[in-house]
Design a protein around this ligand. Structure first.
Ligand SMILES: CC(C)(COP(=O)(O)OP(=O)(O)OC[C@H]1O[C@@H](n2cnc3c(N)ncnc32)[C@H](O)[C@@H]1OP(=O)(O)O)[C@@H](O)C(=O)NCCC(=O)NCCS
Length: 395
């Protein structure tokens, strides 16, 4: 049997507004967040017959309770998809949704399926980081990793140690810029939001329609006074880190020929992707080798990339990436609408948030041919996906 690898496209993506852990989603189930996102995705794309969806891959880092039970399958059933549509769950920590996309993309490229839904959810309020984990003691006893590798904020402090020229002042200035860019772009981002009813025993019903984490008035002076919870006299604070957040994302990934057959929009064309491992103690550097690998696979160089959506787990790790590739701290190609420091990072959901934003930026920038989404990942990994802009006017 001969086989041709098929082009894979990102059709459309949506997300719930992101909440603060313990905030507006405190009494909302995690699975209801992602079910609502899938329902809205299907509503927005009526050209897609539900029975043409052949896989639902949903990521969550803590696959317990309302994030457990093979969430991709149960969310598919509760989203109103036919019972014939299968699903599964994915975990690659912060890169869960990114891995959901690359995994279904592989299935599409080799011809196993034509269309899939990929996304993620993390309710860090209901499922705090590390809930129920039981790391094998040998991982530390045999010095495979330093104990700090299991605390993400501590790995960010380690990164400041490794790159002393990335000062706290620089990290704080980067965080202020993220908040500023987000404030300017919030209206545009809301076009891809799925509003969702929230409930509170105390306050009654509400409607989540805007992100809860942003702090628009943030200043470098204000950030300078914050505590450094991961190390006395450290550099990592609540202001230059992503927070603890709740939210969900969902996207349609399809073979390009199927998208054209069904009349679905082509938001971005997948060019290449790569995941790599790094020392777990400095997991924030992960996107550097994953980007180098994804660029090499695509035969591209960093100068070919016109737009970057980098997950801001911590300012220091984005700055390490920018320094490595010779990109300025305020380069307008990077996170034009701000990043996770402003809007939040519900771990396994964020990968599709990055992709949805890049797709919107592509629409606004037909002069840009290639963009990339990249993120660092706990236990020392990085993930990068390179995309081509179908609206590129150079063709
Ligand atoms: C850093 C972290 C511990 C802070 O948690 P927290 O203490 O609950 O955070 P808060 O939102 O309460 O902020 C702490 C303080 O900073 C202040 N603050 C936060 N952001 C601020 C900003 N932009 N400007 C001014 N003040 C700010 C808060 O008002 C609060 O002040 P208070 O103590 O006087 O009430 C938590 O967000 C964290 O662990 N982040 C990393 C998440 C992570 O590891 N993700 C995975 C990445 S791989």
């Amino acid at each position: 049997m001969s086989r041709t690898v098929r082009e894979v496209v990102f059709v459309d993506g949506v997300r719930t507004p992101f909440g603060k852990a313990g905030g507006m989603y405190a009494e909302t189930r995690a699975d209801d967040l992602v079910i609502r996102a899938i329902r809205e995705l299907l509503r927005r794309n009526p050209q897609l017959p539900p029975e043409r969806v052949e896989e639902v891959a949903i990521a969550a880092t803590t696959q317990i309770g309302d994030q457990g039970l093979t969430l991709g399958r149960t969310a598919a059933l509760l989203s109103g998809l036919p019972k014939t549509v299968p699903g599964y769950s994915i975990d690659r920590m912060c890169a869960g949704a990114m891995t959901a996309v690359t995994t279904v993309a592989g299935s599409i490229a080799m011809g196993a399926i034509d269309v899939a839904i990929a996304g993620g959810v993390e309710h860090m309020g209901r499922h705090p980081m590390g809930e129920g984990v039981d790391p094998n003691p040998r991982i530390i006893a045999e010095k495979l990793v330093d104990p700090s590798a299991l605390v993400m904020g501590a790995t960010a402090e380690n990164l400041h140690d490794r790159f002393p020229h990335i000062t706290k002042q620089r990290a704080d200035a980067f965080a202020v810029n993220s908040q500023r860019k987000y404030a300017a772009a919030a209206r545009d981002l809301e076009k891809d939001f799925v509003t969702i009813a929230t409930r509170s025993a105390e306050l009654g019903w509400g409607l989540a329609s805007a992100d809860e984490p942003p702090r628009p008035g943030t200043t470098v002076e204000g950030l300078a006074t914050l505590k450094t919870p991961f190390r006395p006299h450290g550099r990592v604070t609540a202001g230059n880190s992503a927070g603890l957040n709740d939210g969900a994302t969902a996207s349609i990934i399809a073979a390009e020929d199927t998208a054209r057959e069904l009349g679905l929009p082509v938001g971005m064309r997948l060019v290449s992707y790569a995941f790599t491992g790094v020392e777990p103690e400095v997991m924030g550097v992960g996107p550097i080798p994953s980007t180098e690998k994804a660029l090499a696979k695509a035969g591209l160089s960093i100068s070919d990339i016109g737009l970057f959506e980098l997950n801001e787990a911590f300012a220091v790790q984005v700055l390490a990436f920018l320094d490595h590739f010779g990109i300025g701290d305020e380069d307008p190609r990077v996170n034009p609408a701000g990043g996770a420091i402003a809007m939040g990072h519900p771990l396994a959901a964020s990968g599709v948030r990055l992709m949805t934003q890049l797709s919107r930026h592509f629409e606004a920038h037909p002069e840009v041919r290639y963009g990339l989404t990249a993120m660092c990942i706990g236990i020392g990994m990085g993930g990068t996906v390179i995309w081509e802009n179908p609206a590129w006017e150079g063709k």
